[in-house]
Design a protein around this ligand. Sequence first.
Ligand code: NDP
Length: 312
Amino acid sequence: METIKLLIIGSGPAGYTAGIYAGRAGLNPVILEGLQPGGQLTITTEVENFPGYPEGVDANEMMDDIRKQAERFGADIRSNIVTKADLDQRPYRFTLDDGSEVAAHSVIIATGASAKFLGLSDEEKYRGVGVSACATCDGFFYRKKVVAVVGGGDTACEEASYLSGLAEKVYLIVRKPFLRASKAMQDRVFENPKIEVLFETNTEGLYGEGGVEGAHLVHRRGEADERRYDLPIDGFFLAIGHKPNSDLFAKWLKLDENGYIMTEGATPRTGVEGVFAAGDVADPLYRQAITAAAAGCKAAIEAQRYIQENGF
Ligand code: NDP
């Protein structure tokens, strides 16, 4: 079995940035790209808020550049997925999707999070052309337009508030007769004249030629006074939660109630020595490319120190 110093699991900004730092530190890291090479950013279009690109940059191009930068310093990037982890053994053991095994003295978990979708086929159809799960990424493209946000939690309220600064009108589509968000968030939404909350409303589909032009909604589904109608909108934002991709490590690591890996203070240390977590899998709060990249940097510095101190 192959034994390596550092395994980086995941290929978003956290994983690749960890690869750059670890590569430059001479650790010959192996990066496993996983199911979505380049990470969540690759499902958006343009990135305008990553420093260094005054004119913005195509998200896929940017991730490709960061990937090349990691490769330049010796990161060994492989298109594998981890199917099983064993953090009881030292070095740590990982089984990959092709059946092979890797042993690693240190590991950086940068497996990210996946936005939840409603499961409508129209979400796939209009992904990137009217459907988004990230208001901070894509809101800018809806200036002076009409958008809808789905969800009734803190994220939905935050996204609706953010979008209200750009769009002309924001509908918040909430399936229950109340918001689950904190009182402060609710107040912000209710006091905002640009946001209209549609309670007890579900989305059944989207329509439009080449892009979203509206949503098929149903109010009080299944009740005697059920009402179906079409709501004209230009953008449809999902904010029904994210699922951190932490399941593989749940047996060994401390997770919060939503499955995010809990790290020690502002460090990427997980509490299991030599195992670090970086990026969205450990970040319920910010979930930005730049914060993930920073976390990847910190994790690589920690891994380098750990490997050096232990003489691996
Ligand atoms: P939550 O799980 O809190 O809320 C998800 C929302 O989406 C709920 O209103 C839920 O409805 C709704 N929803 C889920 N599935 C569907 C569906 N299939 N159809 C329609 N609606 C659906 O997720 P968040 O991402 O909002 O928040 C996650 C955590 O992060 C929370 O603990 C939150 O407090 C925290 N957070 C804190 C922030 C802050 O303090 N600034 C900002 C953002 C997040 P229902 O209520 O009916 O279940």
